[in-house]
Design a protein around this ligand. Structure first.
Ligand code: NAD
Length: 257
């Protein structure tokens, strides 16, 4: 991983840090000198990320969290502060996709589960992170939304609703804390080559790739580099923004190729 930013001494929390985008973000922060709290519901995956960061000469610890549970989120933040003394940066990234079926067939318990894990979790994280950052006089937060937070998706009603919600929540939170030194942005990945996408049927992956003007899946490190930019001083006047990193998938448009 190319080091493009200097986060030396910064305490960084990444949720869903055990896999895919969160692992790439954790590793990129670690390579850029940050002390990384890798939080995940999977201890095995989280520890693998921690080992990868340490093997590259960085500093990291694993923290268990179920982001859909407010008490678990509070315990995660307490653990970060007890272990490292403070919190400077957070990447609220953990998420699940939910069932791929038309809306009328979506079980209501799947609706609730995806809203809890993908949207309410971001509220819980922001609520717990912001007071700690206020003690430092500021901080930076990136929430992982999705291209599905900007456009509709076939058979993806709850995921689309949750990710639109993440973008709205990011804008509102950014306004509440813009003059208090905390910048809050969201990132909108297109189809990224992670276990999340690998779990889909091959014809669906092919369709998603075809719908992407760049004609390929993105790599997790391509999202990580944008997350680091949004958390760095290079983006010091950017807040409430939803940054598309998606090979052009939200451009839509007409015509054929
Ligand atoms: P992934 O499945 O590779 O990783 C997700 C991680 O989140 C896993 O380590 C998992 O254990 C963890 N997790 C799941 N539920 C959790 C919970 N309740 N509490 C704590 N951790 C939990 O997925 P990914 O592709 O890296 O996705 C990461 C984020 O990016 C998600 O929010 C997803 O919606 C978003 N996203 C992914 C893509 C894509 O194409 N991969 C596209 C757009 C947005």
């Amino acid at each position: 991983m190319q080091i493009t930013y200097d986060f030396s001494g910064k305490i960084v929390l990444v949720t869903g840090g055990g896999s895919g985008i969160g692992r790439a973000s954790s590793e990129a922060f670690g390579a850029a000198g940050a002390i990384v709290a890798v939080a995940d519901i999977s201890e095995k995956n989280g520890l693998e990320t921690v080992e990868a960061i340490r093997a590259a000469g960085g500093t990291a610890e694993f923290i268990f969290v179920d982001v859909s549970n407010e008490e678990s989120v509070k315990a995660m933040i307490k653990s970060v502060v007890d272990t490292f003394g403070t919190l400077d940066i957070a990447h609220n990234n953990a998420g699940i996709e939910g069932n791929h079926i038309p809306l009328a067939e979506l079980p209501s318990d799947n609706w609730r589960q995806v809203i809890d894990v993908d949207l309410t979790s971001v509220f819980y994280c922001l609520k717990a992170e912001i007071p700690e950052m206020m003690k430092n006089g500021g901080g930076a937060i990136v929430n992982t939304a999705s291209a599905s937070g900007l456009i509709g998706g076939y058979n993806l009603s709850v995921y689309t609703a949750a990710k639109h919600g993440v973008i709205g929540l990011t804008k509102a939170a950014a306004m509440d804390y813009a003059n208090k030194g905390i910048r809050i942005n969201s990132i909108c990945p297109g189809a990224i080559d992670t276990p999340f996408i690998a779990a889909l049927p091959k014809p669906l992956i092919d369709r998603v790739t075809f719908a992407t003007p760049m004609d390929r899946l993105g790599q997790p490190r391509e999202i990580a580099q944008s997350v680091l930019w949004l958390c760095s001083d290079a983006s010091s006047y950017v807040t409430g923004h939803s940054l598309s990193v998606d090979g052009g998938v939200v451009l839509g448009g007409t015509g054929t190729r």
